[in-house]
Write a new protein. Structure first.
Length: 85
């Protein structure tokens, strides 16, 4: 594999409503999951500036469901998330 090239997991376009919660599971905020793969997702939300580097992404308001994530990039209202354990 050449330096600087990374094989990305196939992404599935969703455009489905989702919820993000910060550490502790408080203050669930709505977002839109634009696409998802086995290793991460891209979401959009109205005010991404208030988000920390770690959060939880779910398809319901229940913070016990979903994936723990790390923010890996930010562009305007879009965020790239990497799933972490």
């Amino acid at each position: 594999m050449k330096a600087g090239t990374r094989k990305r997991d196939p992404r599935k376009s969703l455009r489905r409503p989702g919820w993000i919660t910060l550490d502790g599971g408080f203050a669930a905020r709505p977002c839109v999951v634009q696409d998802i793969s086995s290793s991460g997702a891209m979401i959009t939300l109205d005010d991404p500036s208030a988000l920390a580097g770690r959060l939880r992404l779910a398809f319901s308001r229940d913070a016990r469901t979903g994936h723990s994530c790390e923010v890996v990039w930010r562009r305007g209202k879009s965020l790239g998330l990497k799933f972490v354990r």
